[in-house]
Design a protein around this ligand. Sequence first.
Ligand code: ARG
Length: 429
Amino acid sequence: MGRFTAILLLLSSFIYTNSFAQDEVKVIRAGQLLDVASGSMLSNQIIVVRNNIIEAVGDVGRINIPAGAIEIDLSNSTVLPGLMDAHVHLTSDASVNGYDSLSRSAIRNALYGSYSAGLTLRAGFTTVRNVGAAAYGDVALRDTIGAGEVSGPRMLVAGQSLGITGGHCDSNLLPPEYEFRGGGVADGPWAVRQKVRENNKYGANLIKFCATGGVMSKGTNPGAQQFTQEEMDAIVDEAHALGMKVAAHAHGTEGIKAAIRAGVDSVEHASILDDEAIQLALENNTTLVMDVYVSDYILETGAEVGMLEESLAKEREVGAVQRESFRRAHAAGVNIVFGSDAGVYPHGLNGRQFAKMVEFGMTPMEAIQAATIKAAELLGLENQAGVLNEGTFADLIAVEGNPLENVAVLENVGFVMKEGEVFLNEISD
Ligand code: ARG
């Protein structure tokens, strides 16, 4: 062989080993595997993970195990796709409430997020949708996690939530001489379009706006609509034109209906639903993200952690009604996706909501689908996450016990892999 050919061969083998040298292959033996797409439980499955992606899934014996693969034995566990929470606030510390919250800078809150992100990931949530943060702290956190500098779930973020002056998405704690307002406050159709564009400019993935008052904000009425139909139409039109989905916070019936009519992708909380609201959600294929656990935490612990007395009073009105709405909306066939509002309650306890969703009418499988395959659709991650298929992200978790028999086992996740990397392994064989 000529010298030139030899050098070429050497060079190409160098390039070959270099581009493949870092491939890491893992093989997972799953005793049980929850197939959320078909809604069935499979036994004795093998999952082959190459780097961050699933390369193959199937019955033991039918899948070739690549030589040199790292073996992970979950043969005594149930494996399922990494969970998704469509409504969190990672930059909010549940122990800081009311006037205390004014002492925390947006930077401090973003750094707190690097802690809550780890709690959330180790609880089995490999993807979250963060629906609102001050000063784009959520964008910074998403990018820090994405760069691998901090452990946390994949994040889709809303940036600064849009709201009317004095509304739930404003900050109403200080008197006028402080001239203090939320970063996403805007009034009028062109002003709200400008806020949508600003969020897009600074890296938000989606838009969140407040279509009614809320529980935790000072001086707002959860039942009352905020923004006119015209303003909501403008927000959704602008966001969709920019390729961003829209989530509307809404407790009261009129605000829920106006948001659905405007064409939002999801209504958050959706507390006070009448038949017409349910009908509208069905006709418009609107997803409801209903945080049906958090009420327990607010009513049991809210006073202790300094929530405003006003908020506790509002929660007593809204909480039980929301749970009844959940039952009716689910029975009517409305699409419901898992969203917890963690941040109002401690991060890492997200999984407590599964048992509530079952208590209020879902089967365990439906509750799990709401936090996997259905959540992936709402987040625009269909065929990338929320299922365990060839070509999807290797995001998976394992629990001891069968979540279809007792969904509360999801409160104790023993194994977490996100994009092929193991972040928790407490499974004992
Ligand atoms: N962030 C929401 C708000 O302040 C929390 C609502 C919690 N209550 C409930 N029942 N989901 O309005």
